[in-house]
Design a binder for this molecule. Sequence first.
Ligand SMILES: [Mn+2]
Length: 339
Amino acid sequence: MPKINVYFHGNCLDGAVSAAIFTLFYREKLIPDAQFRYFPLAHTPGFTYDGIDFDGDDNVILDFRYAASDRVKWFFDHHATTFIDAAHRKHFERRHELPPHCFWNPSAPSNAGFMTAMLHKHYAYELPPIGERLLVWTDMIDSASFPSPEIPVELVELAPAFASLLEGSTEPQDTTKFIEDLVNGHSFDDMSRDPYWSNRLNRVRQANWDAVEDVKRVQKVREGVSFVDLSASERDSFNKFIPYYLAPAALYSVGLLLYRGRYKISVGTNPWHELRHAEPVLDIGALCERHGGGGHTGVGAISLKPEEGDRARALAHELADTCQKQYELIRLEQSKREL
Ligand SMILES: [Mn+2]
C-alpha cells in the first residue's frame, strides 16, 4: 500500500481543500488504496524545506512554496512568491513529465480551483458535484474578494466560518479531520451537524462577534478614515474587515494592534467603497514601505518592537492624517469632475 505525503498550506481553507481534492483524484485515477499523510506548513520568515525528508512513496506540495527536490513528484501553487530563489525556479522549469505533475499559476484566485482545472485538463478528473460550490468559496475567500463585509464578519455561511476556524486553529487534528471529512464525501452542512464541528464553529463565531464589540468600543471615524487602537491588550488575530463592516463610509482604515509580541500598524483601503479606485489612488504599500513596512496598493502594514509603543501610536495617527488628506483630495477631484 503506497504512502503518499502531502505538504500543504496549514491554517488555510484553500490548503486543506486542495489536500482533500488531491486525495480524491489520486485514489480515483491512480491508486485506490493509497494511504495519505498530511503535513501542514506555515509561512515563517526565512522558510526552507531543510529538515523535511520527503520520505513518502510519492511526495506532494499543495498551495505552498516550490521545493527543488527530485523526491517531490507533484506540485500545485498559486503564490507569486513560490520560488525561494532562482535555482528553485530553474529546477521547476526543467521538469518535463508528460502529462505534467507540477503546476504554478500566480494569477489563480485559489489553489484548489486552479488545481482542479489542471487535473480536469490533463487527467480528465471530474470533481464530485459537491465540490463545485466549494471552489466558488475557496476562490472568494483566498483572494478576499467578498461581495460584502457581512460575509467575512458575520460568518453566517459555513465556508467562511470554517475558513476562520482553520485559520485560528491551534489543534492539529482539526485540519486532518476537516480533510478526511471532505474526502469521505461530507458536505459543510453534514459537518456542521457533527458536535466536533458545531462546538468549534460556535466558538469561532462568538469570538468574532466579541471582536466586533471590541472594535466598536474604540473605533473613531473621521471623514473617510476609520481609526482603531486595540493595542491596550495583546491579540493573536484580527479580522481586518470589521472596521468597514461597522463604518461602511470609511474609505481607509488604520489599526494599531499588539500582535504576537509586536506592535502592528495595519492600513487598508475599503474594498467595498465606491471611491476605492478613484484618482489620485493612495499606494498604501509604498506609504508603509517609507516607514519600514510593506504591502500592496490596497493594503499594507508596519511592524514595530514591543518597546516602541509611543512611536507606534504617533505613527498610526500620522498615517491616519495622511489618509484623511488623501480622502479630501479625492473628494475635491470628484467635485471638480461633477462641475
Ligand atoms: Mn491559497
